[in-house]
Structure formats: structure tokens, C-alpha cells
Design a protein around this ligand. Structure first.
Ligand code: HEC
Ligand code: HEC
Ligand code: HEC
Length: 463
């Protein structure tokens, strides 16, 4: 099937699918295929996740993205002529997505993932423009907060240097040696669905390290695992059906459910994509060249087994000092009611087993600690994983984490009390994806410092 005809199917399928996120505020429109196609593409790009403040109106901006330099706030991208992008021409809209440039020519901070969106075709950018102009309700108010980074980080021009060095603004070029389905998957994964933004490791200056594409990204508080086709370091032993199910938010035996930033990506964006597009993404992802991670010699979902530890501790007295509880005692008190006495969970109740589970098999324990502290927030889930930040101390989480890793997971991974203390502080609004921004912010800082150093040197040279 050609890309063009598949797009028509996509638009048609989307028009039928329900999208409560938009339905609430989209003006009742006579369905315009261009606008509907743009709506679908904007969902694939997950624009709403960043451009909507908690409890705020869709696309009206104001979400705070934490950076070490201060908060960066998303802006109002409704078609309001006074406070949004209502006066943007198609060219200006395209420049924002492809070059990270605002209508007034100023550089956007890379909190806006234009490095990935740049891959989007002109045709698809035009459809999104039609959607933003005609399918989104205008909100004539400014977000409650605007970005005001301290000098010198407020010099947006410093981003030009970074863009010149690292940003490739060329739209996706199809690889003629590959089938259309593969190209469609690559187009979405590297472009609007921006898998690379989170899953590709970064260089010291925060550019994506393309040679190790999708081999795992550190988002600060979360770890986006290696999803290359490597059998033990990556997801080489996931079937295509596993991957499609995971991306559509369905439970996959042995693979932990998407948590944190991945849960957001699934709930707001990926699970609303057509089956056809998810299959295409899976085909492409499964073809990504294997990259080995030195610390992952065994597949993440192959560790551990059922345990009988609780028999031996039940009936014994708990220590007065809760911090002195053993891992098995904490597990019995807080986890076993759902994940069961032997860690075996209960498939039919949507309770995952804790052994042979990717969430305990990675070399990084960050995601496990995050899940124990903050739980998993899912839109419309029947059973949820609660967070235990209020019930358990740093010491208890540390003891429990290490107990789980040695009994059920990757025994080489460790949890430390410092790590728990760091991850405990409430996540900034915008969650993990903005922790990535924190790192981008640092790169920006480096560039600004270098620019100032050069300027000072020049001045001295001139004297
Ligand atoms: C990861 C968060 C994130 C996502 C996802 C995101 N944006 Fe943004 N966007 C931002 C932030 C933050 C800004 C403001 C950046 C700044 O002030 O430098 C911004 C700015 C913009 C602007 C410039 C508006 C102006 O005049 O200030 C446009 C246009 C825009 N985004 C469109 C989009 C579209 C379309 C999508 C989806 C395809 C999208 N954004 C997805 C974070 C995001
Ligand atoms: C905003 C950042 C972000 C984006 C965008 C993102 N991911 Fe993820 N992804 C993560 C994080 C963080 C995890 C770990 C979640 C967990 O532990 O439950 C993850 C987990 C996964 C896993 C499970 C891996 C494992 O070993 O358990 C797969 C598969 C995956 N992502 C595929 C994708 C694909 C495909 C895309 C693009 C279509 C994508 N992700 C986009 C952050 C992201
Ligand atoms: C009220 C029931 C309940 C309790 C109590 C509970 N869990 Fe869970 N847990 C769940 C459910 C449900 C899921 C799957 C969530 C999903 O699919 O979104 C889950 C998922 C998990 C995951 C997988 C996360 C991932 O990223 O894949 C881990 C790890 C976990 N729980 C650990 C624990 C620990 C440790 C405790 C005790 C401190 C605990 N759970 C207590 C219900 C519970």
C-alpha cells in the first residue's frame, strides 16, 4: 500500500475513533478530512501533553517544564489571534516545528521537540496547521506563567549555535530499498512519535548519539531502556505482537506495563494510533540495528522466579523501628496483597508477576524506585499500582528495592538511599520528559558559557 492511500485510511479510521481529549473542546465541525488528518498527526506528536496545563484548557499552554535554570513554560498554541498562534502563517508554523523558530524569529528552547518533528513532511505539517487553525478552540488568555530564565540563559540566540552544530532540519527521506510499511514506521518513530528523543543516548552536548540510536536514554529520574533489536540488551526477544500490544496500553506477559513518561506517551498518543500505524512502528523498531549495553548480558524479562519467603516470616514479630524491617516483611505488609505471596501476581486481575518482568530486570533501578514511590498513573485503568511515597521511608524503599532485585529481578542492579531521596521529591509538572529538558538545559548552559568565553577572549584580544 502506498503512503498516500494509507493516510486516507488513517484519516477515516481516526474520524471513527473516539478522542475524549479533544472532543470536549473541538468546535462541532463539519468533518473536514484535512483537519481530521491533522488532528490524528497532532495526536501522534502528543502536542496536547505539553501544551496543556493540569486542569487547563486544551492547547492553551502554561505547563511548567522543570530545568535547572528555572521553569520553561509551554505556550498557548490555540488559534487565538491575541494570545495564541492565530496569526501564524503556514510557513511560520512549519518553521516552529522544523527549525525551532517562533513567529518573531526567536529560537525556541529544545523543550519543544522540534529536533524530531523536523522529520515531518510538508504535507503533514500543512494538515496539522489546518487542524490547529480550524479544529482547536481558541483560548484568548495567556498562560498563567511565562518563561523567564535568568541572564544569560534568556539569550535565545545561543540556541542558534546548537542548531547549527546538531540540528538536521531535513524532512524524512524514504529509503527506497525498504517496504512502505517500514518507511511509515521510521517516519513516525523518528518524527512525530519522537521515540528517539527519549530512547537515544546523548552526547556531552546533548545531541542525540545517532550511532547508538534507540540504545537507551537517561531522562534524569527515569531510564528509557534500550529498544534496539539486541536479544539481551534490547527488545530482540519481544515479538511484533508484544510491541504493538505494549504501545496500545495492553498488558503483555513478562513485560512490565508502561510507567512514567512512557505511560503518558501511550495514554495520550500511541494508543490512539491506528493498528496499521502501530504495526508499522513495530516493524521499524524491530529492525533497528542491535546495540549491546555492556551491563545487560541477560534479557530483562528472564530474571527471578517464584519465592516462598513469606512462610518463614509470617507470625514473627515486626521490629519496633520500621526502618529495621526486612525486605520480605515490607513486601508482605505492602505488596503481597496484590502481587501475591510468591510474587506471582494474578494475570486475570491485571496484577503483574514481579519475576520475569522487565521492570525488575534492567541494570538501572530508577524506574523501579519511581514506581514504588509514585505508582503508575494510567488513564482509564481498572486496577492501578499505588505509590508508597507517604507510607514508606527512604530506608524502607531501599531495603524493599534491593530485596526485590535480588529475589525477583536483576541482582546486579542496586537501590541506594540517596537515589530514593532524590527521586522522592514530587515530580515537576510535566514529569519525566521534562527531566530530559533539564539535561538539554545544561547543554544550553554549556553553549552559553562557551559563547561568553569566546566573547570575553575577543574583547581582551581587541584591547
Ligand atoms: C515535550 C513538550 C512539548 C511537546 C510534546 C510539544 N511542544 Fe510545542 N512547545 C513546547 C514548549 C515548552 C514551547 C515554548 C518554548 C519556548 O518558549 O522556547 C513550545 C512552543 C511551541 C510553538 C511556538 C509557539 C509560540 O509562539 O510561543 C509552537 C507553534 C508549538 N510549540 C507547536 C507544537 C506542536 C504542533 C506540537 C505537536 C506536534 C508541539 N508543539 C509539541 C513544548 C512542547
Ligand atoms: C517521553 C519519553 C518517551 C517517549 C517519547 C517514548 N518512550 Fe518508550 N519508554 C520511556 C520510558 C521512561 C520507559 C520505561 C517505562 C517503564 O519502566 O515502565 C519506556 C519504555 C519503553 C518500552 C519497554 C522497554 C522495556 O525494556 O521494558 C518500549 C518497548 C518502548 N518504550 C518503546 C517506545 C517507542 C516505540 C516509542 C515511540 C513510538 C517510545 N517508546 C517513545 C520513555 C519514552
Ligand atoms: C492495590 C494493588 C497493588 C499493590 C498494593 C501494589 N501493586 Fe504493584 N502493581 C499493581 C498493578 C495493578 C500493576 C500494573 C499497573 C499497570 O498495568 O498500569 C502494578 C505494577 C507494579 C510493577 C511494574 C511496574 C512497571 O513499570 O512495569 C512493580 C515493579 C510493582 N507493581 C511493584 C510493587 C511493589 C514493590 C509494591 C509494594 C510496595 C506494590 N507493587 C504494591 C498493583 C499493586
Amino acid at each position: 500500500m502506498t503512503l498516500k492511500s494509507s493516510r486516507w485510511l488513517t484519516a477515516a479510521a481516526f474520524a471513527v475513533a473516539s478522542m475524549p481529549l479533544w472532543a470536549a473542546d473541538a468546535p462541532a465541525a463539519n468533518v473536514n478530512p484535512e483537519v481530521e488528518r491533522g488532528r490524528y498527526l497532532a495526536t501522534a506528536g502528543d502536542c496536547v501533553a505539553c501544551h496543556t496545563a493540569p486542569g487547563g484548557q486544551s492547547m492553551a499552554g502554561g505547563l511548567a517544564l522543570a530545568s535547572p535554570l528555572g521553569s520553561i513554560y509551554s505556550t498557548n498554541i490555540t488559534p487565538s489571534k491575541t494570545h495564541g498562534i492565530g496569526n501564524y502563517s503556514l510557513q511560520q508554523f512549519s518553521d516552529a516545528l522544523r527549525h525551532g523558530k517562533r513567529a518573531d524569529g526567536a529560537n525556541l528552547y529544545p523543550a519543544m521537540p522540534y529536533t524530531a518533528y523536523a522529520k515531518t513532511s510538508d504535507e503533514d505539517i500543512a494538515a496539522m496547521y489546518a487542524f490547529f487553525m480550524q479544529g482547536v478552540a481558541a483560548v484568548d488568555t495567556a498562560p498563567a506563567h511565562q518563561t523567564a530564565l535568568p541572564f544569560p540563559f534568556n539569550i535565545r540566540l545561543s540556541m542558534s549555535a546548537w542548531n547549527a552544530m546538531f540540528h538536521d532540519a531535513k524532512p524524512y527521506q524514504a529509503d527506497a530499498s525498504k517496504p512502505p510499511q517500514w518507511n511509515r514506521g521510521a517516519y513516525l518513530s523518528e518524527g512525530l512519535a519522537h521515540c528517539t528523543t527519549c530512547h537515544t543516548p546523548r552526547t556531552a552536548l546533548m545531541a542525540e548519539d545517532r550511532k547508538r540510536g534507540l540504545s537507551g536514554g537517561d531522562l534524569g529520574g527515569w531510564y528509557a531502556p534500550n529498544i534496539t533489536s539486541h536479544a539481551t540488551s534490547g527488545i530482540g526477544n519481544w515479538s511484533q505482537a508484544d510491541l504493538v500490544a505494549y504501545l496500545s496500553g495492553q498488558p503483555v506477559p513478562g513485560k512490565g506495563p508502561a510507567a512514567g513518561p512512557m505511560a503518558e506517551a501511550v495514554d495520550h498518543s500511541l494508543k490512539h494510533l491506528t493498528r496499521e500505524d502501530l504495526e508499522a512502528i513495530a516493524v521499524y523498531i524491530k529492525s533497528v540495528p542491535a546495540v549491546e549495553s555492556a551491563d545487560m548480558k541477560q534479557a530483562a524479562d528472564s530474571f527471578g522466579q517464584a519465592r516462598d519467603d513469606l512462610d518463614s516470616i509470617r507470625g514473627t514479630e515486626l521490629p519496633r523501628d520500621f526502618d529495621a524491617m526486612t525486605g520480605a516483611q515490607i513486601y508482605d505488609g505492602y505488596c503481597a496483597s496484590c502481587h501475591q505471596a510468591q510474587g506471582q501476581g494474578s494475570d486475570k486481575d491485571g496484577l503483574p508477576a514481579l519475576f520475569h518482568n522487565t521492570s525488575l530486570g534492567h541494570a538501572s533501578s530508577n524506574n523501579l524506585v519511581q514506581v514504588m514511590l509514585h505508582g503508575i498513573q494510567r488513564v482509564d485503568a481498572d486496577t492501578v499500582m499505588p505509590g508508597f511515597a507517604h507510607e514508606l521511608t527512604d530506608k524502607q524503599i531501599t531495603t524493599l528495592g534491593n530485596y526485590l532485585l535480588t529475589s525477583y529481578g536483576n541482582p546486579a542492579a542496586k537501590v541506594t538511599q540517596d537515589q530514593v531521596a532524590r527521586l522522592r521529591s514530587p515530580e515537576p509538572e510535566g514529569g519525566g520528559k521534562l527531566l530530559l529538558l533539564a539535561r538539554l538545559g545544561m547543554a544550553l548552559g554549556v553553549i552559553v558559557v562557551v559563547a561568553i568565553a569566546i566573547w570575553l577572549l575577543r574583547r581582551r584580544a581587541r584591547r
